[in-house]
Design a protein around this ligand. Structure first.
Ligand code: FE
Length: 281
């Protein structure tokens, strides 16, 4: 057993996306700042409606998956397949853009807190042109695992907590993504296996915590070093942390905005398909 230590810290940068939604972007802030198989991680959170009200009007994607985790707030997803998904407190939306999807994500509230995360998970070349798909998970469909010192919501993948295996809401991806929202009480501790060879990060979004004896930075992708296990310990105010890990794909990534392919030629083809109305055909 080798404990993973902190390898690198990528602080989130404030930026805006969609029609002017304020976000904090860690992974994906530059093309060189990715964590294979993850392309992007955005945190959105505001009490000021001006920061989110414009939403993400109709736009396309191809070549990867988006995972939206709503901590607090209410958004409506609509896409060209006719899916309508209400995303509310604690819910998750898992969208496979595959060969093409056109969707919108619009706030369904005019005031109050809107808070959550969007993660982009790359697809390997063999799956990039797969059929588009969409799944919605209400909060009660996401397994919540209690342990001494806290709880863990398992959005995707499998974990072993106190010797007992658990399966998340989503599995069956070749990159075997692990996505967990960990809540630690004051001084709470959790030790978890994270498969050797998988890339991983911890995103601390509330309170304070450390990995081993090194403090995690808040609103930052705290990148894990090699090993097969992590031990995290909360400070005196407790902590809320996302654990995100997955098997690297190891293929070239060429991104043009909402399209992520392997080569420049494939991006050019994608732009022609979009222009000619064949993106989703
Ligand atoms: Fe989108």
């Amino acid at each position: 057993m080798t404990l993973r230590s902190l390898k690198q810290i990528i602080p989130a940068l404030e930026t805006s996306d969609g029609a002017g939604v304020r976000i904090k972007r860690s992974i994906g802030q530059q093309p060189s700042v990715r964590l294979d198989p993850f392309l992007m991680l955005d945190e959105f959170g505001s009490v000021d409606a001006a920061d989110y009200i414009a939403g993400f009007p109709s736009h396309p994607h191809r070549g990867f998956e988006t995972v939206t985790y709503m901590i607090e707030g209410h958004m409506l997803h609509e896409d060209h397949l006719g899916n309508r998904g209400n995303l509310r407190n604690g819910g998750v939306q898992w969208m496979t853009a595959g060969r093409g999807i056109i969707h919108s994500e619009m706030p369904q509230q005019e005031e109050g807190v809107m808070r959550g995360f969007q993660l982009w998970l790359n697809l390997p070349a063999a799956d990039k042109m797969t059929k588009a798909g969409y799944q919605d998970f209400q909060p009660e469909q996401i397994p919540e695992i209690g342990f001494e010192g806290g709880t863990l919501k398992l959005i995707a993948g499998s974990v072993v907590v106190d010797g007992k295996p658990h399966e998340g809401a989503v599995s069956e991806r070749s990159t075997r993504p692990l996505y967990a929202d960990i809540h630690l009480d004051a001084g709470g501790q959790l030790s978890l296996p994270v498969p050797a060879g998988h890339n991983g990060m911890l995103y601390l979004y509330e309170g304070g915590a450390s990995l081993g004896d090194v403090a995690l930075k808040k609103s930052a992708a705290n990148i894990l070093g090699d090993g097969d296990r992590i031990t995290i310990t909360a400070g005196s105010s407790g902590a809320r942390i996302l654990l995100i890990a997955g098997k690297p794909i190891g293929e070239p990534v060429v991104q043009y905005g909402p399209f992520v392919m392997n080569t420049k030629e494939e991006i050019e083809q994608t732009l022609r398909d979009y222009r000619d109305g064949r993106l989703t055909a």
